[in-house]
Ligand binder design. Structure first.
Ligand code: NAD
Ligand code: TYD
Length: 355
């Protein structure tokens, strides 16, 4: 079996659902269920004997040690993290705790478990650490995309805490021989993404008749990848990735934020026109920029393509159309996650921004 941490979040939930469709191997999901963890994402697995859930913190040594000893996974995939840049600006403490201390504690538990395995099981075991392209910092307009050799220059408390976790994972390989692999992926989008991130926020706000907030001039560039393509890449890296190595994952799909918001508005105009017949683009509102906002991210994914034969299945046009349709079909999911805590966050993040 495999152990997944953070599997009740956006990418982890997509990964578990895809894994059980693609592979017939059980999954244990350990998730703390922070505001971003949502068991409703995995409701389709109710009664599936291949799936088990335990609520817990990756920093809880006793719990993780006991789960490893009991279930003896052949791999651990670490998705658990605090993941939202804006939240890391308002309160970095949780990011340091989970992304740095939590990853360290998890590595310690896995190191102790790994020592108990026989040689065959040791050779097969993998610790796959899921990380982000944001550790590489910001690119100028004409700079080449990030490769696995690009220097780490994290700029936000989020990316700095992920960078620290990547360094710890690397050190546990070099120092203790732990068979780790790290992936650094670009911005994901797709079903089950919490509506505080740009794409689901814009879809939810558009449908609710609210403003579509664009930070600064909206010309910041991200490289967008459909979440199922990220999940497929992680499966490939787990199967064929070289121990101790790093794989950048991206969709060769750089777009300015404003273009993303325009695409969503235009799709909604066709699929769910406004009752007053006006275009959704009219809801776009420019607001005060994010402090220290990285201007451009771009991933060079040639290594994973060349060495592991992975390539994204979706273009941005097909992926965003699927995503918008999914949110239109899951209005109850959106309503359920827009709890009191969500409304407090929206107030905290947007109230102080000038229009
Ligand atoms: P998310 O915020 O949607 O989900 C994170 C999950 O981790 C939640 O279910 C949460 O409850 C859980 N969690 C948080 N702290 C925990 C702890 N201490 N112990 C156990 N569980 C805990 O995040 P996501 O977008 O699904 O991202 C998953 C991973 O992928 C993260 O490591 C993130 O850095 C990385 N990543 C995300 C993106 C993206 O665009 N979303 C891109 C590249 C990499
Ligand atoms: P986000 O989804 O938070 O991902 P990240 O910061 O990890 O790239 O934001 C994506 C881009 O969209 C980023 O450049 C910030 C911008 N953005 C807005 O312009 N308005 C918003 O309300 C949000 C949440 C993000």
């Amino acid at each position: 079996m495999i152990l997944v941490t953070g599997g009740a979040g956006f990418i982890g939930a997509n990964f578990i659902l895809d894994w059980l469709r693609e592979r017939d191997e059980p999954v244990l999901n350990v998730d703390k269920l922070t505001y971003a963890g949502n068991l409703e994402n995995l409701a389709d697995l109710a009664g599936d004997p291949r799936y088990a859930f335990v609520q817990g913190d990756i920093a809880d040594h006793g719990l993780i040690d006991a789960l490893l000893a009991q279930h003896k996974p052949r791999a651990l995939i670490n998705f658990a993290a605090e993941s939202h840049v804006d939240r890391s600006i308002h309160g970095p403490g949780e990011f340091i705790q989970t992304n740095i201390v939590g990853t360290f504690k998890l590595l310690e538990s896995v190191r102790a478990y790994f020592a108990t395995l026989d040689e065959t099981k040791k050779a097969a075991f993998r610790f796959l650490h899921v990380s982000t392209d944001e550790v590489y910092g910001s690119l100028t307009a004409d700079a080449p995309p990030f490769t696995e050799d690009t220097r780490y220059e994290p700029n936000s408390p989020y990316s700095a805490s992920k960078a620290a976790s990547d360094h710890l994972v690397r050190a546990y390989h070099h120092t203790y021989g732990l068979p780790v692999v790290t992936t650094n992926c670009s911005n994901n989008y797709g079903p089950y993404q919490f509506p505080e991130k740009l794409i689901p926020l814009v879809i939810a706000n558009a449908l609710a008749g609210k403003a579509l907030p664009i930070y600064g001039d909206g010309q910041q560039i991200r490289d967008w990848l459909y979440v199922a393509d990220h999940c497929a890449a992680i499966r490939r890296v787990l199967e064929g990735g070289a121990v101790g190595e790093v794989y950048n994952i991206g969709g060769w799909n750089e777009k300015p934020n404003l273009d993303i918001v325009h695409s969503i508005c235009d799709l909604l105009d066709k699929l769910r026109p406004r009752t007053d017949g006006k275009p959704y683009r009219e809801q776009i509102t420019y607001v005060t920029d994010r402090p220290g906002h990285d201007r451009r991210y771009a991933i060079d994914a040639s290594r994973i393509e060349r060495e592991l034969g992975w390539a994204p299945a979706e273009t941005f046009a097909t992926g965003i159309a699927k995503t918008v349709r999914w949110y239109l079909d899951h209005s109850e999911w959106i309503r359920n996650v827009q709890s009191g805590a969500y409304r407090e966050w929206v107030e905290k993040n947007y109230a102080g921004r000038k229009q």
